[in-house]
Design a protein around this ligand. Structure first.
Ligand SMILES: C[S@@+](CC[C@H](N)C(=O)[O-])C[C@H]1O[C@@H](n2cnc3c(N)ncnc32)[C@H](O)[C@@H]1O
Length: 258
């Protein structure tokens, strides 16, 4: 069972995110760092497609893929409802192919952390490099590296969100394991409890994700030959660099295709 099979509840669970702020951030990074005139955007592991739909409304030509058919089906409906013409398909970020070229790619929340092996990261960066125009950006949001050092999440991972009469209670770090010092992989068994009018549902997941260190990513980027790192942030606020202060709680990297 996975929350990714219940996109409508996923959107409620992650409804605390500030979509406008995050899309402003993407636009600003493009304005400042991109050297491509191609105003198209590929959302990798796009989930329910909220960001690509918002970027479509802002005038970008948008596309996205995800490994979950339910997420893609839902993202298609969302795009249609919002009058956004989006190219959406089911694919794996390790092995995806597309003949189109994009001016920017994004991979938000923790999609990148599902790349568990070095070979997966190498293959992924190679493929993203191939679909970006020279000078185009790849913006990646992932867990803060302090989670590796301290083996604790950098924020509370239990929360409740309410949308009209649907309540979604999330305990993402249930039974969180010690980080494996050789693979950098953590396992958790997230529990999501849903109260939807008369229906109640409990989703019990089993998750494996990898926490990346900053230096490790720099090395992957250098070895990929496609990219250079142009900026690193600790949140979607422009004035919050990646560092070890409390309000730096994500690792958001801006890569540029050479
Ligand atoms: C935490 S969600 C993030 C979704 C979206 N980027 C967002 O910001 O809401 C992670 C997404 O990654 C997708 N995913 C996991 N492994 C994947 C893979 N190998 N290839 C493509 N998508 C993957 C999941 O189906 C899920 O939709």
């Amino acid at each position: 069972m996975t929350l990714y099979n219940y996109p409508e509840y996923y959107d409620i669970a992650f409804g605390y995110r500030d979509l406008d702020l995050e899309c402003d951030f993407i636009e600003k990074q493009i304005a400042v760092h991109s050297r491509s005139n191609n105003f198209s955007l590929l959302d990798i592991a796009c989930g329910t497609g909220s960001h690509l739909v918002e970027m479509g409304k802002r005038g970008f030509e948008v596309a996205g893929f995800d490994i979950s058919p339910k997420m893609i089906e839902y993202a298609r409906k969302k795009a249609e409802l919002n009058g956004v013409d989006a190219h959406l398909w089911i694919d794996n970020m390790v092995s995806f192919r597309t003949s189109r070229k994009y001016g920017c790619a994004i991979n938000l929340l923790t999609g990148f952390n599902y790349l568990l092996r070095n070979e997966d990261v190498e293959s992924h960066l190679y493929r993203v490099g191939n679909v970006l125009e020279p000078g185009g950006l790849y913006i990646i949001e992932m867990n803060h590296p302090r989670e590796f050092i301290t083996n604790k999440p950098s924020t509370s991972n239990s929360w409740v969100e309410l949308n009209e009469d649907i309540e979604v209670e999330v305990d993402w770090d249930n039974e969180r394991s010690e980080i494996n010092l050789l693979t950098h992989i953590v396992t958790t068994r997230p529990i999501i409890r849903i109260k939807d009018k008369k229906k109640q549902l409990t989703i019990k997941m089993e998750e494996k994700f990898r926490i990346y260190l900053y230096q490790e990513i720099l090395h992957f980027v250098k070895c990929s030959e496609h990219f250079e790192l142009v900026n690193a942030f600790g949140s979607f606020r422009f004035d919050k660099p990646l560092d070890n202060t409390r309000d730096s709680w994500r690792m958001i990297l801006v890569l540029r295709k050479k």
